[in-house]
Design a protein around this ligand. Sequence first.
Ligand code: UN1
Length: 502
Amino acid sequence: MTYCTEIKTLFETLGLAAPTDSAGGIAVHTPIDGSLLARVAPSTDAQVGAAIARAQARALSWRDSPAPKRGDLVRAFGEAVRRHKQPLGRLISLETGKIVQEGLGEVQEVVDICEFAVGLSRQLYGLSIASERAEHKLLETWHPLGVVGIISAFNFPMAVFAWNAALALVCGNTLVWKPSEKAPLSALALSGLLLQTSTELGLEAEGLSELLIGERAVGEALVAHPAVKLVSATGSTTMGRAVGIACAAQFKRSLLELGGNNAAIVCPSSNLELVVRGVAFSAAGTAGQRCTSLRRLIVHRSIYAALVAALVRVFERLPVGDPLADGTLVGPLIDQRAFDAMQQALKGARDAGAQVHFGDREAVGEAAAFYVRPAIVELATQSGPMLQETFAPILYVVPYDSFDEAIAINNAVSHGLSSAVFTQDLREAEVFTSARGSDCGIANVNIGTSGAEIGGAFGGEKETGGGRESGSDAWKAYMRRATNTINYGSSLPLAQGIRFEV
Ligand code: UN1
């Protein structure tokens, strides 16, 4: 069976119509061998406007539905996703080239956030605050925003939508989703399941979750539309900067989850066996195409040679190949552009005098598929391409002498998403996670930089955009806050003791 036929079968298994093959549509290729999976029709300007109008109309009734009832939809959706975990995971692998384990892991992330959001649907609480006036009370209440726009990247074509959608829906919002043009099939399947679930529950499905297919212009139309009250965007810093500026000009909220140039510090006391496993998963897993991928390793000089030698031994025999095959740990890069960017960065490193281990193309698959052996790049100091995020499996390694210096290296890049320290020294672990430690949104101890659980708030500082999605109190970004002063007395005392008698 060709991959193209398999896509049709997968949609059938999900009880959904296969994506219509539209002659002039956006061509979706599998990175596995570069073959065509489908051609998906882009949304026209009129369709974009109509979809947002439907979401705007539906938001008016959805906000009146009690939050725990809204949770019923998210519960049923999560159950449907759990039932279809295998085909959905397979679809992610076919469309993005993720290994099967990681495709399934991403689907699990969708299930997990749905469960979180169902519980949350009974915990959308505000505060009761002491008033300075007699017979008065101050309350904080939370209300839906209306339409939430979601822009997602190719590398997490289901989970990132779900983090936003599950929270935004229980918070009483409706959704308009613009997935990456490189992964619209995962989006068609997931939003198809959400609509199918709404219909099964007897809800009016129209406008609850609208899908827009297209490239940059479609995203721009979404961001520009006045009915969209929040834009949650995941992707490159360049994209996020444009979205952030456009939103700011309209006083519209944005929630940005952009790139990362994530580092781990390896201290002399660390358990090196654990370090090697943690580093291999974070740096080489997902072929380095997570925003949380480990890109920089800062190693104490006393263990530098031993650790680099151990990592070189592991990277040398990492199974690179067909992501659908058992035992493969590193699948293909998404496309030729990603491959070219990686080779460009490696060239820059070589020119700067770095010692480069691996990183070449592997002879797997067809000419239109881009498999590489993850690279290790040794530099004397942090410089050149190490200061930039390249969305590919390149692990830069530099030595350090003092722990303060290691923290300074960790913090000396423009992004601030994820970071880690490997140490058994309590003081180092505490300093790293303190105010003068890592400046990132995620600061881990004795685990790698990637693979966060959904229960914590996810996002980062600086050019990562500052937004937080997923767990903890990230739900607050999807609601507006009102402060209510209630006077239950029969006089009208003014705050600050002001006297104003008429
Ligand atoms: C992303 O790459 O955009 O922490 C998200 C992780 C995953 C999410 C990554 N839970 O690596």
